[in-house]
Design a protein around this ligand. Structure first.
Ligand code: ATP
Ligand code: MG
Ligand code: MG
Length: 286
């Protein structure tokens, strides 16, 4: 039996973004706490509705311990709102962790950075794995969208669903907030692809070490210039050359020189850390 709105009760509102509102909910039959995202369905064109629903269907197939689980979607009777039901994460995200470290003026431990690096890489590998010829692109990778659980394991969430609806070139225009993690090809109005996720991931890993993104500026024009050139300072000297080199290899302006997710995972040092940190077991849950 498919779920209906009556199967859930709203507990509280988590927050609203540019494309909808997230609420904490309870599934009545077993009391399980979940979250849903409400998006304005009524104002979408038929094509957009189809694209959104098929993207959510792809997200529902992603079952991995480092990815927020997407369970279901419900469209209300009047066809005005779509509710996307997902796992609830309440242990914070990388953005708040980074700002706490910045406030307290402490750098993260190197092995903690490796743990996050390996887990984000594993999550993206699962997304980029082509199922029936279709990869899932995250499209909105930034520290605020990477959640943590009680053991400080990563959960990749808040996929850029609304971006699926906008055609390629409008990405820059639909971006709200300062796009520190936007790749050079998107700055140049080219289409979003797997490598754009990889770039954003590199910027996030850099920020975990340096406590600021690799490219910053006080206005969009200056930021775009810096991203296109792609120069950034070494991560703090506290960190090893090995970590610095892996991060620097990911933030490559030229798309064809930027590694794929499999290439990142096959880096000898990444493989070594994956084993030594005990992260090399099967992360896919059926
Ligand atoms: P934008 O999408 O415009 O970048 P946003 O991500 O803050 O902004 P929403 O996507 O609507 O806006 O999310 C609202 C809030 O819900 C955010 O604080 C987000 O971190 C939180 N949130 C998203 N997914 C989950 C989840 N699975 N569990 C708990 N909180 C979540
Ligand atoms: Mg978010
Ligand atoms: Mg969001």
């Amino acid at each position: 039996m498919p779920s209906t709105l009556d199967d859930f009760a709203v507990i509280s509102t988590i927050g609203s973004g540019s494309y909808g509102t997230c609420r904490k909910i309870r599934r009545k039959k077993d009391g399980k706490v979940l979250a849903w995202k409400e998006m304005d369905y009524g104002s979408m064109t038929e094509t957009e509705k189809q694209m959104l629903v098929s993207e959510v269907n792809l997200l529902r197939e992603l079952r991995h311990s480092n990815i927020v689980r997407y369970y279901d979607r419900i469209i209300d009777r009047s066809n005005t709102t779509i509710y996307i039901i997902m796992e609830y994460c309440d242990r914070g995200d990388l953005a708040s962790l980074i700002s706490r470290c910045r406030r307290d003026e402490v750098y993260m431990e190197e092995d903690f950075v490796w743990k996050i690096l390996v887990q984000i890489t594993q999550a993206l590998q699962e997304c980029h794995r082509r199922k029936n010829g279709k990869a899932v692109l995250h499209r909105d990778l930034k520290p605020a969208n990477i959640f943590l659980d009680s053991d400080e394991n990563v959960k990749l969430g808040d996929f850029g669903l609304a971006r699926v609806l906008h055609h390629e070139t409008s990405f820059a225009k639909t971006y709200v907030g300062t796009p520190y993690y936007m790749s050079p090809e998107l700055v140049n109005n080219m289409s979003y692809n797997e490598k754009s996720d990889i770039w954003s991931m590199g910027c996030i890993l850099y920020e975990l070490c340096a406590l600021r993104p690799p490219f910053t500026a006080s206005n969009q024009h200056e930021l775009n210039k810096k991203i296109r050139v792609g120069d950034f300072a070494r991560i703090p000297n506290k960190y090893t050359d090995g970590l610095n080199n892996v991060v620097a290899k990911i933030i490559r302006v030229e798309v064809h020189k930027r590694p794929t997710i499999d290439e990142v995972l096959n880096e000898p040092l990444v493989m070594k850390k994956r084993t030594s940190l005990g992260l090399d077991f099967n992360q896919r849950d059926e």
